[in-house]
Design a protein around this ligand. Structure first.
Ligand SMILES: Cc1cc2nc3c(=O)[nH]c(=O)nc-3n(C[C@H](O)[C@H](O)[C@H](O)COP(=O)(O)OP(=O)(O)OC[C@H]3O[C@@H](n4cnc5c(N)ncnc54)[C@H](O)[C@@H]3O)c2cc1C
Length: 389
């Protein structure tokens, strides 16, 4: 296949993005092509493996906590950050997830809710890729309905004792610290749990069809003791984890466009080369219909994400806007990936091509960080003022 050509139907590059934003995108795009793409096939074939050697190079390019200020973070605006996520997911949703979990789900809560000591202790190491984090919210019996969580933290002397099981935790077994959300007498609180503490165990989940180039684990906490200094002082109640999820969902809405654009580009190139019934597949009406649907939805998603990014930079973001772009952009990306796979015919089912890999990854992205249905319910309540039963 020829080199990747990203679609820009409405000329956003000429009219909407600054030179700095384009420079971030181009440097990440180049890095993904040179450093990540040659590795992806091998890691997808080994279920649950991520190229950990890329952690420090990613850090050097400012990919961890890129929209946070200070502590060695890149401090870029939210549009540049979105473009960064887009380019990572053009490679693979597992690559974007690695950066999202580190930045939005682990560095962000320390940055937003942590003490000065916690920030000084962890953020520089996390920005530099020396300490990888994981985020433990979901449990075997509490996914969408997180208030049903069973993990408990009980006060004991100058610290806390944690017990519970977290499931589906990205980076669980490669993390040096876990942000663990647990019920206390004062409601849900967040704790920094070093993963070498006695009683902490991470076991990887195997057999995934989706996000294969990503580590997904179960965390077992059995009488894990942490000092008071490990409690995140600024996070009280569910607004703590939901604040983190809002950051991550924003990045996902940009990221999935990268996957959609990769699939569109792959399909477009393929159908121009593929001969059927005496002519290129690209010359057939049904093919053109699929491609037109794809580029139209990608273009609409680009504009949605850009507008929400500008509002986020201006401090005018509402979490329902993030629900809308996460819900819409994942949905259209998944449909683009399915159509691209279809256009590739039998070739589309082997890993020499990427559309089916993106398609399978996007099934996870549709489920995590608030399922498609949950964002529908959030938006439905927002527009009607009534919580659906
Ligand atoms: C690869 C992977 C990585 C992940 N990484 C992390 C991580 O790092 N940290 C973490 O904490 N979690 C992580 N998750 C978990 C993810 O956030 C949850 O899977 C998600 O919240 C959905 O929960 P669930 O799987 O229990 O599904 P459920 O909540 O059981 O939902 C099942 C179905 O029911 C629907 N549903 C739920 N409630 C309603 C309702 N009220 N009305 C109608 N329909 C409803 C859902 O939309 C869905 O279709 C990850 C998941 C995957 C697959």
């Amino acid at each position: 296949m020829a080199d990747y050509v990203s679609p820009d139907f409405l000329k956003l590059d000429d009219t909407q993005f600054s030179d700095e934003e384009i420079a971030v995108r181009e440097s990440v795009r180049d890095w993904v092509s040179k450093e990540f793409m040659p590795r992806i096939q091998e890691h997808v074939r080994q279920d649950g493996s991520f190229p950990m050697e890329l952690s420090e190079p990613m850090a050097e390019l400012g990919m961890f906590g890129a929209n946070l200020q200070g502590y060695g973070c890149a401090g870029m605006n939210n549009v540049a950050y979105g473009l960064l996520m887009q380019e990572l997911e053009r490679g693979d949703s597992g690559l974007r997830s690695f950066a999202s979990v580190q930045g939005s789900l682990c560095m962000y809560p320390i940055h937003a809710y942590g003490s000065d000591e916690q920030k000084d202790r962890w953020l520089p190491d996390m920005a530099a890729g020396r300490a990888i984090g994981c985020f433990g919210l979901t449990e075997p019996d509490a996914g969408s309905f997180v208030t049903g969580m069973a993990t408990k933290a009980e006060k004991k002397g100058g610290g806390w004792v944690l017990n519970g099981v977290k499931r589906w935790i990205t980076n669980g077994s490669v993390a040096r610290l876990a942000i663990v959300w647990a019920k206390t007498e004062d409601g849900v609180r967040g704790f920094i749990v070093e993963t070498d503490r006695p009683g902490f165990e991470a076991r990887d989940i195997k057999g995934k069809f989706s996000l294969r180039a990503s580590v997904t684990s179960e965390l077992y906490l059995t009488d894990v003791e942490v000092p008071d200094a490990n409690l995140l002082p600024g996070a009280k109640g569910l607004s703590g984890p939901l604040g983190c999820l809002n950051q991550a969902r924003y990045g996902i809405a940009w990221g999935v466009m990268g996957a959609a654009m990769a699939c569109y580009d792959e399909a477009l190139q393929y159908v121009k080369e593929r001969e059927v019934q005496g002519g290129p597949l690209a010359s057939k009406q049904l093919t053109q219909h699929k491609l037109v649907e794809m580029i139209t939805e990608i273009t609409k998603a680009q504009v949605l994400a850009l507008q929400v990014g500008r509002l986020k930079d201006e401090g005018k973001l509402h979490h329902t806007m993030v629900s809308m772009i996460k819900r819409n952009n994942v949905d259209i990306a998944l449909r683009c990936a399915r159509d691209a796979r279809d256009l590739l015919g039998a070739n589309g089912i082997v890993d020499d091509y990427q559309s089916m890999r993106h398609m399978m990854n996007l099934e996870t992205v549709r489920t995590y960080e608030g399922t498609h249905d949950i964002h529908t319910l959030i938006l439905g309540e927002h527009v009607t003022g009534m919580r659906a039963l």
